[in-house]
Design a protein around this ligand. Sequence first.
Ligand code: SF4
Length: 76
Amino acid sequence: TYVVLDNCIACKYTDCVEVCPVDCFYEGENMLVIHPDECIDCGVCEPECPADAIRADTEPGTESWVEFNRKYSELW
Ligand code: SF4
């Protein structure tokens, strides 16, 4: 899965949401998140993010962000 990191906070762009083929972005409290079970790992959102906030969960330092993204994806 891909995850959104805290660089997303205060970013006003939604380029990532527009390109996602499965609509798995959700609004968190102050940033967007990706539902880890819905993301198909296509990777098209990562280069679209102007805040450089999207990473594959295979990258170091993303572990806790997967659960964060899941939690806020399922809030509403
Ligand atoms: Fe959507 Fe693809 Fe990004 Fe996953 S990697 S959030 S499926 S655009």
